[in-house]
Ligand binder design. Structure first.
Ligand code: PA5
Length: 339
């Protein structure tokens, strides 16, 4: 995938949600059951949709969603578990291992993948595979790797409102991209401005344990994979109980940090206060900081609005660094060494 393809993916993210809204799940009647929990197994770009599902379910579902990023499944997984195996390539060994364990324990399994071993195994086992289009990279398929997960839960009656929220995502993201896409010059393009500030910095992303926890993780991972830069994230209020103290070190150690604070108007009032105090503590010590506000009304639109700005900022940071955002050579190397 070239730089242009990554740029096109960014532009077309809202359409991934729009397309997913048309999906039918012809197996849904066979999956109606009184589940006690939902487990999503995936890694990296295939796991973030699980995290979004987990935070969405915290507000909307009466059973928990747990995201598993490991070879082994938690002990509670069994016949009352709805198990999602999510792997863009279908060849991620941790996810394949978790799939086999879920099968042994009699969980109800649904796979989300573009193909690979996962699809082969699932077809042999008679498990449904929700197909993700080929020709992308996992982090560029984030709409396809989240929307079907939540829409299926809605069809099963486990959550409500997902369809409407995804519809709002389409509108809000289309609106946001008008100010973020490459033709918009830096003075009017917040993502380009942030990328310029992040150049030669170590990005620290702060979210809150409400809506922006996952957005902060997404920013961090996108900066890692697109811009090939270290980046770290933490969330309020927890970071006020440890990380903040780290800013006391001699100035030369923190002077390359650039802090991005992700804000949402529904953050807890005390979190808003904590963000303001923390910003004042760090502002003379770090290279700089910026605050990014969510847009939209619904939970998913607000969350994705934060993610989308980070997607674009990480893309522009790659360009600032003279790097092709698409290849992830070290991930490929690790997978090859482990094969
Ligand atoms: O973005 C990436 O390429 C990675 O984070 C992958 O998503 C991760 O290695 C897992 O691979 P897959 O998504 O194919 O299961």
């Amino acid at each position: 995938m070239t730089v242009e393809k990554m740029r096109d993916y960014l532009y077309h993210l809202p359409e991934q949600f729009a397309e997913s809204l048309k999906m039918e799940f012809d197996f849904v009647e066979d999956y109606r059951s009184a589940y006690e929990n939902i487990v999503v197994s995936g890694l990296g770009g295939s796991a973030i949709g699980g995290d979004i599902l987990r935070t969405f379910a915290l507000q909307k579902a009466s059973i928990p969603v747990v995201v598993n990023r490991d070879y082994n499944l938690p002990a509670f997984v069994g016949e009352k578990t709805l198990f999602y195996a999510v792997s863009y390539s279908g060849n991620t060994e941790e996810t394949l291992s978790a799939y086999r364990q879920a099968r042994e324990r009699g969980a109800a399994i649904v796979c989300f993948s573009s193909g690979g071993e996962l699809e082969k195994m699932a077809r042999l086992d008679g498990k449904p595979v929700v197909k993700v289009p080929t020709g992308l990279v996992p982090r560029a398929a984030t709409g396809y790797l989240f929307a079907p997960l939540v829409l299926l839960l809605e069809k099963l009656g486990i959550v409500a409102g997902a369809r409407d929220e995804l519809g709002e995502c389409v509108l809000v993201l289309r609106d946001i991209r008008d100010s973020l896409h490459p033709e918009i010059e830096i003075e009017k393009n917040p993502a380009k401005k942030i990328a310029r500030e992040l150049k030669d910095s170590i990005p620290i992303i702060w979210g809150s344990s409400g809506i922006s926890e996952v957005a902060a993780l997404r920013w961090k991972a996108q900066i890692n994979e697109n811009a090939k830069s270290p980046a770290y994230y933490h969330v309020f209020p927890e970071l006020n109980h440890n990380e903040i103290v780290g800013f006391e070190v001699p100035a030369e150690l923190v002077s390359r940090l650039f802090v991005v604070i992700l804000k949402d108007r529904f953050d807890h009032e005390r979190v808003k206060r904590r963000m303001a105090i923390s910003r004042d503590i760090i502002k003379q010590r770090v290279k700089g900081f910026v605050e990014v506000e969510s847009r939209g009304e619904s939970f998913l639109a607000r969350l994705y609005s934060l993610c989308y700005t980070g997607d674009y900022a990480s893309f522009y940071l790659a360009l600032e660094n003279g790097i092709n955002p698409t290849p992830v050579a070290l991930i490929d190397y690790l997978k090859a060494e482990l094969a």
